[in-house]
Design a protein around this ligand. Sequence first.
Ligand code: ACM
Length: 503
Amino acid sequence: MRMLRSPALVPRPSQLTALPGRFTFDDRTAIRATPGAEPAVSLLRTLLAPATGLPLPVAADGRIVLAVDPGLSGLGEEGYGLTVGPDAVLLRAARPGGLLHGVQTLRQLLPPAVLSAAPVRDAEWSMPCVQITDVPRFGWRGAMLDVARHFRPVSFLRRFTDLLALHKLNVLHLHLTDDQGWRMPVAAYPKLTEVGGVPHGGAYTRRELAELVAYAAGRGVTVVPEIEMPGHVRAALAAYPHLGNRPERQLDVWRRWGVCDTVLGVHDEVLDFCRTVLDEVMETFPSPYVHVGGEECPTTEWQRSPAARARVAEQGLDGPQALHGWFMRSIGDFLVERGRRPLAWTETGRDLPDAFTVVPWRDAEHGLAAAGRGHQVVMAPYRSTYLDYPQSARPGEPPGQPGQVVDLRTVYGTDPAPAHWQPAAAAQVLGTQAQLWTEYVPTAEHAEYLAFPRLCALADTAWSGGRDWPGFQHRMHLHRARLDALGVPGRPPTHQPPGEETP
Ligand code: ACM
């Protein structure tokens, strides 16, 4: 018997058996759906319509069956089972979210032209018969996008969300504030975006963000907001100097890159500000996790500030350097009271209060230290997940974050829970995410060029384990046609970005 070739799916399903025959769509192909499958029906129709023009009506005798069956075991929140036969397609999941991922598999089983935005004439819309059971290894598979350093309009965020969902990535972490910009409007503090939204771009409206959250949810993606504190806040201080350690000083929104000395003060008004901002953030973002930054917070200003020294004495702390932990605990407790889970970058794995889920961005071993202290961990070590580093040393690469190369193989080969970790520590790892910082990334084209194909590698590793580099390369060769159909650039952008801005 001739071996059947497996379709090139990204990420690779946990179990796939190729079967003989093909299922062909035509104008009469209809969908049958059980209660709970409506979001998946809507997604399937939305995704297939532009290229195919297929009506895909819902009908009781539809040959494509989308079924939510809570009794199905072993599929969890996000897994699904798919059987494609010559006459029928059956997609099943225990939860609606599993069906959304199964829809992306159906999309990838069709010819790559199905991903085109415009009608494709005279194509045969057929797929190979398969039997798939597919369950992700990790529940957190994400990408952080820095919209503070360079603003990206919400149309880009929607497209980026679509690209994440295609790869079964389920978290879009939005880095909304930093020294160089504040992009989320806060009704109680309008100057945050009036002042902080000006350089490098603009700001969103609440409505745009709420609509993005709904759009992402319809694709199985949770939008996790990040509001930086107590460092990386220069844009906020430019708007409201009284929140700083020297209220009399008027600062500008920073126009340089790097770590800025100016940080939030530690007086009561500052905590009130943070709580008010976070309340508004939580109104817009239902995500269980709320990211509050926490990294790269110089303590020089606190050492010099009488108000900060008074806070140290009042709290019985060891010194101004201990104010960081005090600050993060105050904010973390507030989020917990509101029923959310605080999330922050960790610099050592030992620097955050227990309630925090931590994101180690320096060394992977900081993740191990954090897991050992009982933290939940989302792995983001810069050597393998920072996509602002160039992806090769080839001369044509656009200038990026200087220092090193993060190539596709490194992203693919980095296990979020490394094999040498004890099982108890590995069990603390929720998953992993890539970081797209945008200091050096002024255009949408450049952002997509940096994100892909490296996000494909992260998705493959986080979903299915990442232990077959030759197999991944083979699948990526074919997957490139899908990225091409979507218009994701495969070459460096022609527009060369500026280097560091000067004041
Ligand atoms: C970071 O790279 N500032 C987390």
